[in-house]
Ligand binder design. Structure first.
Ligand SMILES: [Zn+2]
Length: 252
């Protein structure tokens, strides 16, 4: 019997008819999580009072990098133009601006940041279920509270790159996905963090509600001590502008 990883209701209580894409289809995601009920699936794709849908925010923010990487490898299909609800982009100098009707709204940048973090946790837990089948574990309750019920606040980090290069294979740009590996299991065990490449960036998702208090210092020391190839430090994503979407500092 299916149990929804978000609301914990089962097939006798809720329906599971719709396909729940773990990474939004609008970003090219193809993977489906079977154990997401229609109500919860609908929730992530719908705007809430005074909040844009977390799925839309994820797509809007990461699509800039996707387009940028495709542009860089000359693999943008002829009929595809960059379209965005929130951002204006000058592709000559890679400058990004929030459209005036959004930048003038008080607190909108913070809202984008929060919805982005919730969306990243949503992707994590659904992929965790798809690949490891243990999303219902109690240790992920904080992710359910934050991503599905908008309670509390938990960090998503991005790693500041060490090298002036972006390594991403074209299939991973067109149909982005994240993978759980032996290495990621070890990191999870040692530092309670899941680190993965996505659209040219290295993102980090805490796997414990106490990551900041108990594990962050050790992890940062580990990065320095090992000359970590993934990057020199970690940066918390608070605002939409905390991500270097167009890789300006790398590709300049
Ligand atoms: Zn549900």
């Amino acid at each position: 019997m299916k149990i929804c990883i978000w609301c914990r209701k089962n097939e006798s209580q809720v329906t599971f008819d719709k396909k729940a894409h773990t990474i939004p289809r609008s970003l090219g995601g193809e993977n489906i999580c079977e154990n997401v009920c229609d109500g919860c699936n609908h929730y992530f794709g719908s705007p809430q009072p005074y909040l844009p849908a977390s799925e839309l925010v994820l797509k809007e923010m990461l699509n800039i990098s996707k387009y940028c990487l495709l542009k860089n490898t000359n693999s943008i299909p002829k009929n595809k133009r960059y379209k965005s609800e929130y951002f204006n982009i000058n592709w000559n100098n890679f400058h990004i601006r929030l459209k005036p009707r959004y930048s003038l709204r008080i607190g909108f940048q913070e809202k984008l940041g929060r919805q982005f973090r919730r969306g990243m946790f949503k992707v994590f837990l659904e992929e965790r279920e798809r690949q490891r089948n243990d999303a219902l574990s109690e240790r992920f309750d904080f992710i359910r509270e934050f991503a599905r019920y908008n309670l509390g606040d938990f960090p998503i980090y991005i790693q500041v790159p060490r090298f002036k290069a972006v390594f991403t294979a074209i299939p991973d740009i067109e149909n982005p996905q994240i993978r759980f590996t032996e290495h990621s299991d070890e990191m999870d065990k040692e530092f309670r963090i899941y680190r993965y490449p996505l659209l040219g960036h290295t993102f980090l998702t805490p796997t414990s509600r106490m990551f900041d208090e108990l594990c962050k210092d050790n992890f940062e020391k580990h990065i320095i001590k090992t000359n970590d190839v993934a990057g020199i430090s970690i940066k918390r994503i608070n605002y939409a502008e905390d991500i270097d979407y167009t890789f300006r500092h790398i590709l300049d």
